[in-house]
Design a protein around this ligand. Sequence first.
Ligand SMILES: [Zn+2]
Length: 1038
Amino acid sequence: MGLNDSSPGAMRNGRGLSDQWAESVVVRPRTTERHITVHKRLVLGFALSILTLIVVTAVAVVLSVRFEECGEQSRDGGAAGEPGSRGSGGSARLNGSRGERTGERGDEEAAQPWRNSRLPGTLRPRHYDLRLAVHMDNFTFSGEVSIELECINATRFIVLHADRLEVDRVSVSSEGGGGGGRSSNRPGGGVMRVHRHFPFPANQMYVVVLHRELKPMRTYRLNVSFDAAIEDELLGFFRSSYMMNRERRYLAVTQFSPIHARKAFPCFDEPVYKATFSLALRHDAQYTSLSNMPVESSSLEDEDGWLTNRFARTPRMSTYYLAWAVCNFTYRETQTDGGVTIRLYARPDAISSGAGDYALHITKRLLGFYQDYFKVQYSLPKLDLLAVPKHPYAAMENWGLSVFVEQKILLDAEVSSSSYQMELTMVVVHEICHQWFGDLVTPVWWEDVWLKEGFAHFFEYVGTDFLFPKWNMEKQRFLTDVLHEVMLLDGLSSSHPISQEVEQATDINRVFDWIAYKKGAALIRMLANVMGQPLFQKGLNDYLLSHMYSNAARDDLWSKLSQAMRSEGRDINIGEMMDRWTLQMGYPVVTISKNQSEQLPTHYITVSQEHFLYAQEVRGNNSLQWQVPLTVAVGNESALSAERLIWINNKTETHRVGQMDDSTWLLGNINQTGYFRVNYDLQNWKLLIQQLHTSPQIISVGNRAGLIDDAFNLARAGYLPQGIPLQLIGYLPEETSFLPWHAASRALYQLDKLLDRTEEYSLFSDYVLKQVASRYHQMGWPTNGPGNEGNILQASYQTEELQRELIMLACSFGNKQCHRQAVAYISDWISSNKNRIPPNIRDIVYCTGVSLMDEDVWEFIWMKFHSTGAISEKKILLEALTCSDNTFLLNRLLSLSVSPRLLNLSLSSDLVPEQDVIDVIIHVGRNPQGRSLAWRYFREKWDVLNARYGEALFMNSKLISGVTEFLNTERELNEKVFAAVTLKFNEETQRRRRSGRRGHAPRTACSTVRHIAVATQPASVTPSIHQRKNSSRSNGWM
Ligand SMILES: [Zn+2]
């Protein structure tokens, strides 16, 4: 690192000079004294005066020399002997401020704009010239950035972001000035004299104080040179590694979202400060480098073998999706009809095995799909997809260079399950959507992060339907995986509005939560359905065109959508309607009842709304109201009427519907397009249940799933007797579609958790097994072996998913035949060393096997985990290891994951890839036998984990964020609290505690299997980010 090399020399040089002067000061008086011959007193007095004078002069000279050195060092890139400039707060460097630091402290101290958490807004960056030299041998980099600034309001302060950077030199010039770093101290020539510059770590800012004000409407140039480390932590510009031919290889890549660009270069690191970027990367020629734009020119320096890649200038963009990477990956590429080059970069062995081909193929189709849908072309000449072994999130949507963790983009078609493929597909669809929603048009500020994340999450379903129409994602899977999922969370009194105020940097990570992603997606879907597809599309097109290369807030979107509606003569104030949904937390339960009033005929209904909350005790102050687009239809044994849209704006309203009699029933929220629950009078529930038992097909698949989810949750919250949902699922043996089964199983696993260890448990599990048995036996087990390429591209996805769901339920709740089948598969694998287990159910079989069979099976799975090269297979083998009932084995797994040496085993630290360690802890924590173990482990190994993951740890999983959330508020942590945090079911836990339901656990051998069942339910429940967290399927409250 340049900094360390130069600083000791500078120090030595400085000391040498001052020592010479110091010696002369001491020596000279003595010499004078030796020659005294007359009148000692007089001479002594004279000598003393001389001595004093000499001392004063010498001190002055020494000081001036030191001063000079200080300025020289700053200009020449020396460190001025203070390696810790970061954190030194106000200990400013006196950069060229000889004798001129007077009389200006007053206004400075009064203003201090760096003390605000947000940038002051007095300056706007227009263009960055960024040059970086990347040292992969010692993991450091040094950079120079030259920022063209436009002054908005007069100011003496340049305040921008910088974090963990060692700033060497700073200079400022006005437009037309020299702009070079060397001229900062010279007056004239456009150079602005810098008074001082210093970091302000509390706000991750860097401050440059000038002597004179920058003037509005003028342009200036700020030059900064700096050094930094390529961190091990997964943020900013970080390093990662993989094994290739038994040799460790390194790569370095960026993760800037949301606030980590400042760790790589000084910049205005808020999304609204869009600018263009010209990047040049210099590195050893054995590496290649990538960035958002293609390489424009490349030059090789003969003497040191280093390569400089200059990338084309970007369009206007925010800092958080700027990106670069230095690696020695290889790639495969394809081209769209419009001439956009798409490349997938990954480890050479993954590329040669073809593991990236699937993602490359769907990306090409998706670019076409989005261009057609949005009617806005993809903006850049190329799109690279980079598969990295380690990343804090599933993926990051950097414009033109999207980064994915390997498990979310590499696919081994032969061994990957359909759910793995579906999950991977959706991550890709999500990130490509961001190239428009997020990159082309960016939210003004993080409070509206849902604007980009909600859209990307919604389009995961729409885009996947385009790729695989048979999957029917938007009409079906969306309901269980998004709508039901988030309503569960948003019904808690601890929920929050989707638009959240964000000020401090530390708050920003918090906004990337399920509410932003899933509620955002659910509200957008509701709106799309109210508007109708053509108008919705028209509004989006207008929104994108109006705000491209710029920023937008939610009101900008509402106004474009309202305009689209008005163009068709439909005058709905979308802003007014949506503010209710985005600025208020939670959602309503809408109760529909046939009007019993004597005065009104029976074809009137009464509709009321109230804030749905699970906790009955907090329902009192119930002032929230919504504008609810309620669709209603009337049905009987043989038919369902056309749906009708009714707007509910008040607490209670009366509406006229079609003809009704005693045998007709009402159905609300047709196809569950609305973000609310529907309740009915008991008579209507009974008629609906009867209908489901006799002829379920009259009610759509979406509504069948919706009725199940609503009934279970209404009962849980006390709006409905518990018997209703259990009677409702009594029709399941007749159910042939996947979705209602999926909705039911989600509800059943939740009940299972609540009833676990209670006396009622066996009654409950018997009931579930009875419901499952006939359909389970009818569907059987998949017959295709691993060699069969009958993956979901061809096969009937819905059938496979239903079969999988039934096997999961059967094995989880202890169906003996299911257990025997799983054990037989494992035994066959061990004895023949051939894995004949169909990929789609491997996770269930592995987990059941580990749970039911002896320790040798655990060892066998552990061995297979190490020997397999397939990413998807590795993942489920590791998960299976957490299914053991044996706490010794669970403990061993945790120890091996985090610190192998603890067990005194001479094993390398690569036993469990770092990317998976968090997953291991989460999965062990979900295992009832491992819960307390995981929590204790988490506490004890906090330092190790923190050192390894640092800041990324806090974003890495629901478990961690849940735990840390709790750490802030509660000192007394125990296993029960851990459970509460993990499950996110605080209210439920309290209720259980109150009712004192504990007692002995009627444990069955399969109890640990259920945690995998729960964990793998919604395949797309990939926690956050664009920002989707890497531990997929890690459902927050499980
Ligand atoms: Zn996203």
